[in-house]
Design a protein around this ligand. Structure first.
Ligand code: UT7
Length: 337
């Protein structure tokens, strides 16, 4: 799916983020499994990640991030028309964490649900919210992206356990008079589904004592195949959305790629020809937070003063599905339309 703005402006007018307090360093991981700070740094660029406390569920991390984004936008929860939570680690299978969060926020006039598109979930959810607002279904949306991946990692599998972390980001989307999203490109290749999956707990393989004993409730990944896929789609998707919007890579001021691995980001950055100082990187501090990755990086960029009105921001996510998605936005100063 690809398209550019139909003239109705919709922008991100508020940003929020929340990560658990507990920091897990590579050195700590090396006391738990056969790995080392050297290997993890060299192969991924990850130095540390955050790990949720046992009593924390996704909505507990989402709530402060959502509140911060609403405050930043100056929007009351009761004025939201839509709440989407992009995640693969909801509080429970149902009700949706979106509905739980909407209730906690007091967003009583909003439709609220979850969206599952792996690490691309945030980009899919933003595009969906954009479409609903641009189509006139509502005025204000809250999109939350985040995961508590530590709950679904096999802590005896060094090939996955060292890569991921927990965290949530949130954005408020509103109609604006000028600027905002210029376009999106989203895609899926389900034939690659077996490269990154969690088998059990669904209708194909319900939870049984055997499924637990066989460790089927944990993430399985073919790292090398996902790496190849990631380097390909980060480039092709970014180029496609830029062409669709009549822009070039030189027009991009801030590049926010999915934070999975510094090597993947460096490859994409070089192939695309984006100067390093335009790239936002925080995977060193958070690891791969799946749907949390892009909004957490946006929040970091904002804190650093990099998201100024008029700047062109390119975001690309990729992940399980296999899926990918890019969005191009002319940053606005929260100006409501
Ligand atoms: O959001 C999407 C989610 N996933 C990704 O983006 C992941 C994409 N893939 C990657 O980032 C990389 O493929 C990895 C970081 C997962 C792996 O890096 P790699 O350079 O592709 O390493 P490799 O899988 O080829 O493994 C190299 C060696 C292997 O040993 P042998 O067979 O060469 O003896 C692994 O067993 O490194 C070993 N290894 C480790 N060693 C120490 C694998 N994991 C670890 C580890 N510590 N944690």
């Amino acid at each position: 799916m690809i398209g550019s703005s139909n003239g109705v402006g919709v922008s991100i007018t508020g940003l929020g983020a929340h990560v658990p307090e507990r920091v897990m360093t590579n050195d700590e991981l090396s006391t738990m499994m056969d790995t080392s700070d050297e290997w993890i740094m060299e192969r991924t660029g990850i130095r540390e990640r955050r790990i949720a406390a046992p009593e924390e569920a996704l909505s507990d991390l989402a709530l402060p991030a959502a509140k911060e984004s609403l405050e930043d936008a100056g929007v009351a929860a009761a004025d939201l028309d839509l709440v989407i939570v992009a995640t693969v680690t909801p509080d429970m299978a149902f009700p949706a964490t979106g509905a739980i969060l909407a209730d906690q926020l007091g967003a009583e006039n909003a439709a609220a649900y979850d969206l599952s598109a792996g690490c691309t979930g945030f980009m899919y959810a933003v595009a969906q919210a954009y479409g609903m607002l641009a189509g006139g279904l509502g005025q204000r949306a809250l999109v939350v992206g985040g995961d508590i991946l530590s709950r679904i990692l096999d802590w005896s599998d060094r090939s996955t356990a060292v890569l991921f972390g927990d965290g949530v980001g949130a954005v408020v989307l509103e109609r604006v008079a000028e600027g905002g999203f210029l376009g999106f490109e989203l895609g899926a290749d389900g034939s690659g589904g077996q490269q990154l999956y969690l088998l059990a707990g669904g209708s194909r393989t319900p939870a049984t004592a055997e499924s637990v004993a066989e460790r089927l409730h944990f993430v399985q990944m073919n790292g090398r195949e996902v790496f190849k896929f990631a380097t390909r789609v980060l480039v092709s998707s970014a180029e496609a959305v830029l062409a669709e919007c009549g822009r070039t890579i030189d027009d991009v001021d801030v590049y926010v790629p999915h934070q999975a691995n510094v090597r993947i980001i460096e490859y994409a950055t070089e192939k695309l020809g984006i100067p390093e100082d335009k790239v936002v990187i925080d995977v060193d501090r958070y690891g791969n937070t799946s749907s949390g990755s892009i909004p957490l990086a946006l929040a970091d960029a904002k804190r650093e003063g990099r998201l100024q009105p008029g700047r062109l921001v390119l975001m690309t996510g990729m992940g399980a599905g296999l899926t990918w998605g890019s969005g191009l936005i002319e940053w606005t100063d929260g100006g409501r339309g």
